[in-house]
Structure formats: structure tokens, C-alpha cells
Unconditional design. Structure first.
Length: 372
């Protein structure tokens, strides 16, 4: 058992150690075994995703599932149906918690576009992602904001302060600068990218640089790190679902790093999250691909005038409107409605009225994506 570190959880942890952690805390046989398994699963996921003829079929739906799960970790709940409808009808349809999920998804894409363009993490990127999540204009939390982390739940210990993050803009920026150099500089800190992923996730949450939304911002940071390190080409790793399932361990292990510098167990947990999530996502891709090919085969036999590109559009997300089908092959709204009506007769889509508009639900895709 690691020695407990003496610190007052009710006082700002301004002495939070900078990165990297000591090698003997990180470089262990158990960590390397977990690292090998997670890297293998991630490489398989990346390779499989790259072979999809239309990656939008995967990206749109997985990104939204990640957004939904990540907000659920913060006890913000909504339904699959609300979210999928929002993609076709627009943000104005959403109310309450569903908007929070859409904001997360927008923040994920904002961060993704930025990291693909620059290849570098900086404080401005973190602030941009945070502002998109929370729909605010502020940045690093000011010193008068007495942020504390409390134990979740309603039991006897519910609401107890378990951690107080660093306080003071200069101190927070100093810790963030160190974190960003650790992530960006692969020559100075030549660790496996997934080690950086696990270590940096803890460090960001321990710094807790914003008034609110740090958990969601940190989870987006983790996905973007995989993009930056070329572990993935697109943000398709659905990590938040694993964290929801193992939420108690997630928070206990975060606290154990703070209290005991117990990095090994935390890193193994995060690597296991990557491995299991990658395996899950691989199976989901294969299911989507099989469903698409079965649908395409049916269309080719029964409705050969409908092109493959049109079928791909009804697989980009569960709901589709006639307007979304209009392109160089389908030039009129009436033709789009006609094709959707013909697919309805085959049981591929079912009509749904949302407000004044009739949209069509790919019911098999919806059911497949709703499975946990």
C-alpha cells in the first residue's frame, strides 16, 4: 500500500506535483501488459474505421452517444430519441438537458477541428472547448471562486469535501502550462501516447481550471489527445459509457492518485477503458456495416433506381428528412419524398411527425445504436 500523502482536502492543492510522475510509479509490468492490450484494440479500431466507405455513418452517431454518456456522468440525462431528432430538426427543437448534450457534441467538433488544424494543445483550445460546453464567455476561474470537489451520493458522507483544486489564476496557468508541454513535447516526454492520455486526464481534473464543466472538458481533451497522437483519425472512442459503468472506481482511483500518488492502478483503469471501449466500438461498426449491406442488397433488388449514396444518407443518423436527401442525384423534394415512401413500404424507414415536418426513422439503425 502506498504511503498516504499529508494534505488538507479543504485547502487549495497549490502544491499539486507537476508532470511527469516518477517513472517507478508508471513503468511497471502490469502497466505494460495493459498498454499492449489497449494499443492492439485501438489499432484494430482505427484500421476498421478507415475501411468504411462512408465514415459519416459512424462519426455522427458515435459522437452523439459520447456526448450523451459524458453528460450523464454529470447527472444530466436525456433520451436517445430527443437527441437523434435534434440532428434533423435543429437545436431549436431541444429543451433542457438535451441542449447540454448538443453543446458537448459541438464542443467535441470544435476541439477536433482545432487539433487537426494546429496539432497543438494550448490554453486557448481548452478555453474554447469549455466555453462551447457551458455556453459562457469566461475562462480560467478567478481566485474568489472557491471551487471544491464533494463526494457524490446521498449517504452519510454525501456532500463531504474530498478535494480542493489549486486556486489563483497564475498557479492554475502554471500547472496547465506544464500539462500542455507534457502532452505536446514527445521528445522531452517520450512516453507511450496512452500513458500520456491516462496521466494527463488525471492532471487536468486535479487542476480543475474552470468554474464548471471540467469533467466534460477533460473527457474531450482525452479524445483529442488520441487524435493528436494519430491513435485515431476521428473521435469515435465512446469512453464515457465505460466510466458510467465503473463510476465508483473512476472517482476512487482519481482520489488515490491525489492521496497516495497511486498512478499504476489509475493508469491500468484508463487503459482498460480504452481496450474495452475499442472492442465495443469495433463490434458496433461491424453491426452497422452488416445492416447497411443487408439494406443495400434489398434496395438493389426491390428499388434499383435508388443509388447507394442515398442509402448512405439514411445511415448517417437514425432520422432523415426529405430535404437531406436532395443532391446531384435527387434534385427535387418530391423525388426524395417518393423514395422515402418506397423505403417505408419495404419496412426500412418509418415516418414520424415532428412539429409540422414529417421525417423518417431508420428503425433498425436506431435500435442498434440504442443498445448498450
Amino acid at each position: 500500500m502506498s504511503k498516504v500523502i499529508s494534505y488538507d482536502r479543504n485547502k487549495p492543492n497549490n502544491n499539486l506535483p507537476i508532470l511527469p510522475p516518477p517513472d517507478e510509479k508508471v513503468i511497471t509490468i502490469e502497466v505494460f501488459q495493459a498498454l499492449n492490450n489497449s494499443n492492439k484494440a485501438l489499432a484494430q479500431l482505427k484500421g476498421l474505421a478507415s475501411k468504411l466507405p462512408n465514415q459519416a455513418m459512424l462519426v455522427n452517431t458515435i459522437a452523439l452517444r459520447e456526448a450523451k454518456a459524458s453528460t450523464e456522468i454529470e447527472n444530466i440525462f436525456t433520451t436517445d430519441d430527443e437527441l437523434y431528432k435534434s440532428l434533423i430538426i435543429g437545436e431549436s427543437y431541444l429543451k433542457g438537458n438535451a441542449k447540454e448534450v448538443l453543446f458537448y457534441r459541438q464542443a467535441l467538433w470544435t476541439g477536433y477541428e482545432e487539433i487537426v488544424k494546429t496539432g497543438v494543445f494550448d490554453i486557448e483550445l481548452l478555453i474554447k472547448v469549455y466555453q462551447e460546453i457551458k455556453q459562457v464567455k469566461d475562462g480560467i476561474r478567478p481566485p474568489q471562486t472557491e471551487t471544491v470537489i464533494k463526494k457524490r451520493g446521498s449517504g452519510l458522507l454525501g456532500g463531504l469535501v474530498v478535494y480542493t483544486p489549486p486556486r489563483g489564476i497564475n498557479i492554475i496557468k502554471e500547472k496547465l502550462d506544464n500539462l500542455l508541454v507534457y502532452i505536446n513535447d514527445d521528445k522531452k516526454y517520450s512516453y507511450d501516447p496512452l500513458i500520456k492520455f491516462a496521466v494527463s486526464h488525471y492532471q487536468f481534473e486535479a487542476i480543475h481550471p474552470f468554474r464548471d464543466g471540467n469533467g466534460r472538458t477533460g473527457r474531450i481533451l482525452s479524445i483529442l489527445l488520441m487524435i493528436q497522437k494519430k491513435l485515431l483519425e476521428l473521435p469515435i472512442l465512446y469512453l464515457s459509457a465505460y466510466i458510467i459503468r465503473e463510476k465508483d472506481d473512476y472517482y476512487d482511483l482519481l482520489n488515490s492518485v491525489t492521496a497516495r500518488r497511486s498512478w499504476k492502478h489509475w493508469i491500468i483503469y484508463m487503459l482498460k477503458a480504452v481496450e474495452e471501449t475499442a472492442i465495443y466500438t469495433i463490434s458496433k461498426i461491424e453491426e452497422i456495416d452488416r445492416l447497411f449491406n443487408n439494406t443495400l442488397e434489398l434496395i438493389n433488388i426491390k428499388l434499383p433506381h435508388i443509388r447507394k449514396e442515398t442509402i448512405e444518407k439514411i445511415f448517417e443518423q437514425p432520422y432523415v428528412s426529405p430535404k437531406k436527401l436532395i443532391d446531384q442525384n435527387i434534385k427535387s423534394l418530391n423525388t426524395a419524398k417518393k423514395y422515402l415512401g418506397q423505403m417505408e413500404e419495404l419496412g426500412i424507414v418509418v415516418p414520424k411527425k415532428i412539429g409540422k415536418e414529417v421525417v423518417y426513422l431508420n428503425i433498425d439503425l436506431y435500435n442498434l445504436l440504442s443498445e448498450t
